[in-house]
Design a protein around this ligand. Structure first.
Ligand code: ARG
Length: 376
């Protein structure tokens, strides 16, 4: 059998049943279903586990489970909107083409001409006969190349770009080559699919008052869609479950463009702003950072692409915290991820403590599947 971790002896069956029972109790209560219905369902699940070593979620369970997983995402400041997550059930997708089509349909739905809609597409769960993995970190991501003239593109993608090239893909060698979608079924050689350019919404970055900004030739894609995390609901793991929200400006302006080990554009921004970069105390880094973030927010808004600034996002998070308290639920969170990377102390989050306990359902990191391709 394919994956050795998937054996169904009696102790793993018992473990799975316990996870299922915990999930069904909470899920059915939140969906205002009767205690009887929950008990019935658990009985059914118990029999499925006994016979097959696993059980199948109903669409309702899948949908609410994926939303609960967002609600429990400790690092996410955007959780106010957890109930609005659209869930696409693609558990019946069989081939690499089916899966690529499902991902592209999701991308179209999410992009929505700029009025970004949060969504998740859920492919087959982990089992001893099925394994679906999307090798990309995000569905849309720019390639990174190490050249004799230095770094080209996004250094974050260096390793994965090499994987794609070994699979036979070739990029244009620009700073913003969109990587192909790479899909693997079971132990087969992964297949790659170019994402049609006309389905990728991108925003050209310029500054509302400083025309020279345009000369930086910066752009970013509209839809952040994480595709390398495993969704776990009631003991069932979905290793291919890409999900998207919309961007908070600082993710692009204070990290993707600003980090020294990413696009690293702050020195260029400082020079076009005419700042004194000879000493830290001129605060040139800070001034450049703020103008870069102004440019990102301005450019997305100009193109009608949904984005949120970090002050509004923090207020929305405070609203989420109040609503959760009203429901008698405690909000868990990772403080260091929840504070925005620009002016964190201007938000209420900075002055609070958060309990970093992990509640399920949730999205988890999983080991990258491409180590074997990279080995020389
Ligand atoms: N920080 C990541 C990026 O810059 C995206 C993570 C998800 N972000 C979101 N707004 N849903 O690409």
């Amino acid at each position: 059998m394919g994956s050795s971790s998937f054996t169904s002896n009696s102790s793993t069956k018992a473990q799975l049943y316990r996870e299922a029972a915990t999930f069904i109790a909470t899920c059915y209560q939140e969906l205002r279903k009767s205690v009887d219905e929950a008990a019935q369902r658990l009985h059914d699940i118990q029999q499925q586990i006994e016979t097959y070593g696993t059980y199948e979620h109903t669409f309702e369970e899948l949908e609410h489970g994926a939303r609960m997983a967002w609600r429990n995402s400790n690092r996410c400041i955007g959780r106010l909107f957890w109930k609005s997550l659209t869930v696409f059930d693609e558990r019946s997708a069989q081939t690499e083409e089916d899966i690529a089509d499902g991902v592209l349909r999701h991308l179209d739905f999410a992009t929505n001409g700029g009025k970004i809609r949060p969504a998740i597409t859920i492919f087959k769960p982990e089992s001893d006969i099925a394994e679906v993995r999307i090798w990309n970190h995000q569905v849309i991501r720019y390639a990174g190349y190490e050249t004799e003239h230095g770094m080209v593109g996004d250094p974050h993608s260096l390793q994965f770009t090499n994987v794609c090239r070994q699979l036979g893909w070739a990029g244009q060698g620009t700073h913003f080559d969109v990587l192909p979608l790479v899909i693997q079924l079971r132990q087969r050689t992964p297949r790659w699919f170019e994402i049609p350019r006309n389905r990728i919404l991108e925003v050209r970055i310029d500054h509302p008052e400083i025309p020279a900004f345009r000369d930086l030739n910066l752009r970013w894609y509209a839809v952040p869609m994480i595709s390398d995390m495993v969704l776990e609901i009631g003991g069932i793991r979905y290793p291919a479950a890409p999900f998207n929200g919309w961007y908070m400006g600082t993710e692009i302006g204070a990290r993707n463009f600003a980090d020294v080990n990413r696009y690293n554009v702050l020195p260029k921004v400082a020079s076009l702003l005419g700042l004194d970069t000879s000493r830290h105390a001129s605060l040139w880094l800070d001034k450049a950072l703020v103008e870069l973030n102004v440019a990102v927010l301005h450019s997305f808004a100009r193109d009608g692409v949904r984005i949120v600034d970090h002050h509004t996002a923090a207020e929305q998070f405070a609203h989420f915290e109040r609503l959760e308290a009203e429901q008698g639920r405690s909000v868990t969170g990772t403080w260091s991820w929840l504070i925005p990377p620009v002016s964190p102390a201007t938000t209420h989050i900075f002055n609070k403590r958060y309990n970093n306990a992990v509640v399920k359902p949730n999205y988890f990191r999983q080991p990258p599947p491409y180590e074997s391709v990279l080995a020389p």
